[in-house]
Ligand binder design. Structure first.
Ligand SMILES: Cc1ncc(COP(=O)(O)O)c(C=O)c1O
Length: 375
């Protein structure tokens, strides 16, 4: 049995530390908004070079709250891609705004050259998605945003620790959103998310929106009103247990990334000349391989045959979001996303997680090669 993802081996390695930190956290008397969240907001901001950081309930919330903090809502448009997790689009639509879709380039990332044509008077922001673990052409995207006076909210959910020209992603736009869903580069044992920014006023807004619009920053101020909302907000608390786990796992995150990159090299070495199109690491980029996504025009046949051998691979993503029942109303007839459509029919993700053993990868590669030869 080869798993495409599992946290069990990792848990075995750090079980004692995890149980200790959960016990310490629960014994502290704080379930929410205690020391662990404060420490995590500091630690994660430091890792990514943000001046300010707010931990929230999920990556979807991080995006939604960021857009709300920018005042985006009904009548506004936000530019992004359709080859992404549903979450990116769901966050836009939850504000009342309309998503506008751009096709992707050969690296499955937003094709920045196509952005200017999609900008209208209603456009307020761009959400570039650093998909699969690799940075978009973020310098060019920020140039376009500056020219047209748009905000940039980087969707870093799949690419924590990735770099563009030696600089961490998330530090280019106005805000950066992360997910700590367990499969992610830094995964909690539950849900979690984060917004990083260097803008103090956005930071203050995000903190309030996270928790019903209550001004938690001035808690010590004598004018602080406990059950009083200053601005319409949501409930997107992240609990102390998840923050304590994240504090612990953050110490290992560079090791995890190194291991993912090592496994990617094994795939590259053994899968060249097999007919599979392998992911490219663009020069100047550090890819963190949240997913190792390959392309083959007989994908479905390959997956069927692997399934018979008890290997169930996943596809990220089999359906472009603009074609889904929930979102096709935003699918303007004139819209054509040929690359997105083509890729959705041929991409699939190979097993990838930091505690995956090299010998398991090699065993899997042997099976995969045999299957490809047989079709
Ligand atoms: C690109 C992208 N954006 C946003 C999200 C949302 O994160 P979460 O699942 O924590 O809400 C995800 C996670 O699935 C993602 O992959």
């Amino acid at each position: 049995m080869i798993n495409t993802w599992s946290y069990k081996e990792e848990y075995k390695l750090i079980r004692k530390k995890i149980l200790k930190t959960i016990d310490k956290t629960l014994s502290s008397g704080n379930i929410f908004f205690g020391k662990e969240i404060q420490q995590f907001e500091r630690n994660f901001s430091k890792y990514n070079n943000f001046k300010y950081g707010v931990a929230v309930g999920s990556g979807t919330d991080a995006l939604h709250i960021s857009l709300l903090a920018l005042g985006i809502g009904h009548g506004d448009e936000v530019i992004t891609v359709s080859n992404t997790a549903i979450a990116t689009i769901s966050a836009i639509v939850s504000t009342g705004a309309t998503p506008r879709f751009i096709d992707v380039d050969n690296n499955y990332l937003i094709d920045f050259k196509k952005i200017p044509k999609k900008i209208s008077k209603k456009t307020k922001a761009i959400i570039p998605v650093h998909l699969y673990g690799q940075s978009c052409q973020i310098d060019e995207i920020c140039k376009i945003a500056k020219k047209f006076n748009l905000k940039v909210v980087e969707d870093c959910a799949q690419a924590q620790g990735a770099k563009f020209k030696n600089k961490y992603i998330g530090t280019f736009g106005d805000m950066a959103c992360f997910s700590f869903y367990p499969t992610k580069i830094l995964g909690a044992y539950g849900d979690g998310g984060f917004v990083g920014t260097n803008n103090k006023s956005l930071y203050e807004k995000i903190r309030q929106i996270r928790f019903y619009g209550i001004d938690q920053i001035n808690k010590k101020n004598k004018f602080f009103k406990k059950y009083y909302s200053n601005t319409h907000g949501v409930n997107s608390r992240i609990d102390e247990i998840q923050c304590s786990i994240l504090n612990l796992k953050l110490k290992n995150v560079n090791k995890y990334i190194k291991q993912r990159r090592k496994l990617a090299e094994v795939y590259r070495e053994h899968l060249k000349n097999t007919g599979l199109i392998l992911p490219k690491e663009k020069s100047g980029n550090r890819h963190v391989y949240h997913l190792f996504v390959v392309y083959h025009n007989k994908r479905d046949l390959i997956l069927q045959k692997l399934k018979k051998k008890n290997i169930n691979l996943s596809i990220q993503y089999p359906y472009p979001v603009h074609k889904m029942t929930a979102y096709k109303k935003f699918n303007n007839r004139k819209m054509s996303l040929p690359q997105t459509d083509k890729f959705s029919k041929g991409i699939f993700s190979l097993p990838m997680y930091p505690t995956l053993k090299e010998e398991t990868v090699k065993k899997f590669i042997k099976i995969l090669k045999k299957v490809i030869k047989s079709i």
